[in-house]
Design a protein around this ligand. Structure first.
Ligand SMILES: [Zn+2]
Length: 685
């Protein structure tokens, strides 16, 4: 790198004086990142070395707390970098990302494979009962010890060397995987003329017009590969040929041959993960991964998935759709690109409800208010627009305060799709809550990919989009309400099969009459959504659930299966996916929600690897948890809300998840509420 190592003109390196601790976004350029990373990494390395080499006998403060205090600059720079690399990236930032991801992996190796450091942690852990620790400190020690052991700190040198090499390679592969998916999405648009839009409602036309304009096709229409855009088109376009064309492009992301093909990358990632698990003494990566999660073993996760899988009634749905095709005089077998189109028709016929009728009532701004109002009624929070400079004109900020007016944190919402943004929806942070180095308040973001309306038009959401908004906002509250001392335990730093509880639970309030009646208002008339329409929306909740259940559960099973492969096996990804789907009898008319070559949860970083089941695991928890409110007769019951806040939303990783849940609910969850919610409870298996 020729950039100067330290520089007074590098805004990342000085103190950030922005309100709420925000970075000086406008001054930050992509070439500031590499030198900032270099310096922050070196500083953290020195801090780690100082702890490891200390001549003092290990104590909680000089070892664990010292580690917790370290790495501030690195956290700051990496948080900002990951926000921008996800939400506002480009060639230059992508190049930095490819350069930096192996450096970060190497750095994490230097921490977790440091023998002298582990010896101190191990010593403290063995003496933990005599150290007079608070409950939180005891949890922190336990987490440090487990993390180090699981990272390989107790292995011999050759095994550690190999682990280090594997980790670095995995980091590069993960970055490449995500960038390839984005590249395939950017490269594609189905460009259409006015005459190709048959069946599309006004909002979809307007979105396609805006997307074409963004891509330089003025006066035309374009459908891009973002989920909202694709799903709307598949739902409404009566042009079977165009539906097929778009669908094929969508499900072949990462599989197109050439430089952005992800299949070899998937095979290598899976092989390296299996090898790492073996080095650490586990029969497979799935065994390794789940050992430290709430599910504890792949068998437990599989048990839930298979129970749901056998109950999923996609066959009956398929038959009904095929009958509709025949009724219309169609002489073809229902194909995957037909499912959403005929399901939408059937929904309209059965419930007299069409998505285009709902959409004018679901304005983005009102739904944001609805999510805020829910937080006010449950937790006493208020949200005030904050006029602070951000990284993109579409991003907006609100200051969050509690019932007594005290500052809680800053919430940033960045809702619209654009070519510089990765697909999907997620919560992330620029700063996490903690009390070790002062009273530090969180800065939390929600990034979504809702279709952006043309200038002057209101942004309208589908019901699914509104659900996504509530989902991500549930994650955001998990970060905002966090109330712990040690950074390690803050907010969403919980096991990945527990982390979806706060988000999925929050979705339930969207469907309550209290929220829908007040916030679902027609964009042009301002009138509330009529009760008959609300009733219809709610009545369709279990409609097409067979499809949704199959689409999801197939992904979760394939994920567990591919990560249960033993080390050292050659893997043909296409063939594996095909065979595994055949094994579980995947219906031919349904395609996995995320196919392996673009399954970012699993391969763009390892967040959900062998963990996609988590969504359903958490659904058991969220369905059961919402029952706790319903049982009181008040979906905002204050006493239940207080327990929810104390033991779930503000508790970070203070407790083992099963204990945390029991503290909230008084017992462990059962799957009954989940089966009822999906309409699968009546199915005898
Ligand atoms: Zn989530």
């Amino acid at each position: 790198m020729n950039a100067p190592e330290t520089s007074p003109d590098n805004p990342l390196l000085g103190d950030w004086h922005g309100r709420f601790g925000l970075p000086p976004f406008a001054a930050v350029k992509h070439d500031h990142f590499r030198p900032a990373f270099d310096r922050a990494l070196a500083a953290h390395r020195a801090e780690i070395e100082a702890v490891a080499a200390s001549k003092m006998a290990p104590s909680f403060d000089n070892t664990i707390a010292a580690l917790e205090r370290g790495g501030c600059d690195l956290d700051r720079v990496s948080n900002l970098f990951s926000v921008l690399a996800g939400a506002d990236t480009g060639d230059a930032l992508e190049a930095v990302e490819r350069e930096v991801s192996p450096l970060l992996a190497r750095h994490s190796n230097a921490l977790y494979l440091n023998r002298a450091l582990f010896a101190r942690i191990d010593d403290l852990w063995r003496r933990r009962d005599s150290l007079r620790l608070s409950a939180e400190q005891a949890r922190v020690i336990e987490r440090y010890h487990t993390r180090f052991v699981r990272a390989g700190a107790a292995l011999d040198q050759p095994a550690q060397d190999r682990l280090a090499a594997i980790n670095e390679r995995l980091a590069s592969l993960g970055t490449q995987f995500g960038q390839n998916v984005l590249a395939d999405e950017k490269a594609y648009a189905l460009v259409l003329e006015e005459g190709d839009l048959a069946g599309l409602p006004e909002f979809a036309r307007a979105n396609a017009r805006a997307a074409a304009e963004e891509r330089g096709h003025r006066g035309k229409f374009a459908v891009t590969l973002g989920r909202s855009a694709v799903e709307s088109f598949l739902q409404f376009s009566s042009r079977r040929d165009l539906r097929e064309k778009l669908f094929q492009a969508w499900i072949r992301r990462g599989e197109g041959g050439g430089a952005t093909d992800n299949r070899a990358i998937v095979a290598e990632i899976v092989g390296l993960r299996a090898e790492r698990a073996k080095l650490l003494g586990f029969p497979s990566f799935a065994d390794y991964r789940l050992d430290d999660l709430m599910a504890k073993s792949p068998a437990n996760a599989r048990h839930l998935l298979e129970d749901v899988w056998t109950r999923a009634q996609a066959q009956a749905e398929r038959d009904a759709l095929q009958a509709l095709v025949a009724e219309e005089g169609g002489n073809f077998a229902l194909a995957p690109w037909d499912w959403r189109y005929y399901a939408e028709k059937l929904r309209k016929a059965r419930y007299d409800l069409d998505e285009a009728e709902i959409k004018p009532y679901l304005q983005l701004d009102r739904m944001i208010e609805a999510a805020f109002e829910t937080a006010r009624r449950l937790f006493g929070l208020s949200f005030t627009p904050a006029n602070v400079p951000l990284y993109h004109p579409d991003a907006r900020a609100w200051e969050v305060t509690d019932a007594s007016g005290r500052h809680v944190g800053l919430f940033i919402g960045d809702y619209f799709a654009r070519t510089s943004k990765h697909s999907g929806a997620w919560m992330t942070s620029l700063r996490d809550q903690e009390k070790l180095m002062g009273d530090i308040h969180p800065v939390i973001l929600n990034i979504c990919n809702f279709a952006k309306p043309a200038a002057g038009e209101p942004a309208l959401l589908s019901f699914e989009d509104a659900r996504t908004l509530f989902h991500e906002f549930g994650h955001a509250l998990h970060g905002l309400l966090s109330d712990v001392t040690y950074p390690l335990l803050a907010g969403t730093a919980v096991p990945s099969d527990f982390v979806e509880l706060p988000s999925q639970l929050y979705e339930h309030w969207l469907e309550t009459p209290e929220i829908l009646q007040k916030y679902a208002r027609n964009a042009s008339t301002g009138k509330a959504m009529p009760q008959t329409l609300i009733d219809k929306v709610l009545a369709t909740r279990t409609f097409n659930q067979g499809f949704a259940t199959v689409e999801f559960t197939a992904c979760a099973l394939v994920d567990l299966d591919i990560h249960s492969l033993p080390a050292g096996k050659a893997l043909d990804v296409t063939e594996f996916e095909r065979r595994d789907l055949e094994r579980i009898h995947m219906p031919a008319e349904i395609v996995m929600r995320h196919r392996l070559p673009h399954f970012q949860h699993l391969f763009a970083g390892g967040g959900y690897a062998a963990g996609y089941y988590s969504y359903m695991w958490s659904e058991v928890l969220d369905a059961d948890a919402f029952e706790a409110f319903k049982e009181t007769g008040d979906v905002f019951d204050p006493a239940t809300a207080k327990r929810l806040r104390d033991f779930i939303y503000s508790a970070g990783n203070l407790r083992d998840p099963a204990e945390a849940y029991k503290a909230f609910r008084g017992r462990l969850p059962t799957a009954d509420a989940l089966l009822k919610k999906r309409g699968l409870d009546a199915v005898v298996v």
